[in-house]
Design a protein around this ligand. Structure first.
Ligand code: N7J
Ligand code: ZN
Length: 260
């Protein structure tokens, strides 16, 4: 019944997607007591320029806030990373209710949503499309969301969502500083090697999962759920909810922590 449970819970995926030889798949459950402290891990250094924010659009899986990544204006370095990584977009995954929605879990604990800030290695590659095929071509910062007080910085983004209800709709979205979505403590995180959690599921991601979550209000999360998977033409409209992948096997990987 586990399989059908997974199917029922995750209508987006019609059954486990077989990835040939996939032994570095994401997301995973982070077993906190099995993570290994790595004292070599440095603090994360984010340097985001709000002027590089360009648009927000509904891609039929989630909504993406896209940044101009034609130069090193919004970057991530430090942490487990040897190179400089350029921010190209951020998006979220969420559930139909507050009981589930995140992709990663902490000791099997599900959060109502998860933020992904997607960066690609601009020291080694010249395009996201190139980096996405290479081991460690990408670095994704994951932040758990909990329901609580209203997140003032998020509201500008929430107010833009009704304009992109349908798949493939896009609106201009400028001067948004993604740093406002990071928790106050970015020194404590887990990191492991994994994959994209949506097709093409390529195993090119250094995952960096923040220990500290951010809080958003119930109403803000409800607006996420007002988005649609379907385009305006389709007769049957489907609510954009449960857009997360099931946890994948660890396959002997070690999850390192930057803190004890
Ligand atoms: N959900 S995720 O693993 O952060 C992620 C990030 C960037 C991505 O680009 C994709 N196709 O071009 N899928 C994808 C998933
Ligand atoms: Zn994601």
């Amino acid at each position: 019944e586990a399989a059908e449970y997974n199917m029922k819970m995750h209508p987006m995926w019609q059954g486990p997607l077989a990835v040939p030889g996939g032994d570095r798949q994401s997301p995973i459950d982070i077993v906190v007591r099995k993570s290994v402290l790595d004292t070599q891990l440095k603090p994360l250094v984010t340097d985001y320029d709000p002027k590089t924010c360009q648009q927000i659009w509904n891609n039929g899986y989630s909504f993406l806030v896209e940044y101009d990544d034609t130069s090193d204006k919004s970057t991530l370095k430090g942490g487990p990373l040897q190179d400089k990584f350029r921010l190209c977009q951020f998006h979220f995954h969420w559930g139909e209710n507050n009981a589930w929605g995140s992709e990663h879990t902490l000791d099997r604990r599900l959060f109502p949503a998860e933020l992904h800030l997607v960066h690609w290695n601009s020291d080694k590659y010249s395009l996201f499309e190139e980096a996405v095929m290479e081991e460690n071509g990408l670095a994704v910062l994951g932040v758990f969301l909990k329901v609580g007080k209203r997140h003032e910085g998020l509201q500008k983004l929430v107010d833009a969502l009704p304009a992109i209800r349908h798949k493939d709709s896009v609106v201009e979205f400028t001067r948004f500083d993604p740093a406002c979505l990071l928790p106050t403590n970015t020194d404590d995180y887990w990191t492991y090697h994994g994959s994209l959690t949506t097709p093409p599921l390529t195993e090119s991601v250094s995952w960096i999962i923040m220990k500290q979550h951010i809080e958003v209000s119930h109403d803000q999360l409800a607006v996420f759920r007002s988005l649609l998977f379907t385009s305006a033409e389709e007769e049957v409209q489907k609510s954009m909810v449960n857009n997360f992948r099931v946890q994948q096997p660890l396959r002997g990987r070690t999850v390192r922590s930057s803190f004890s």
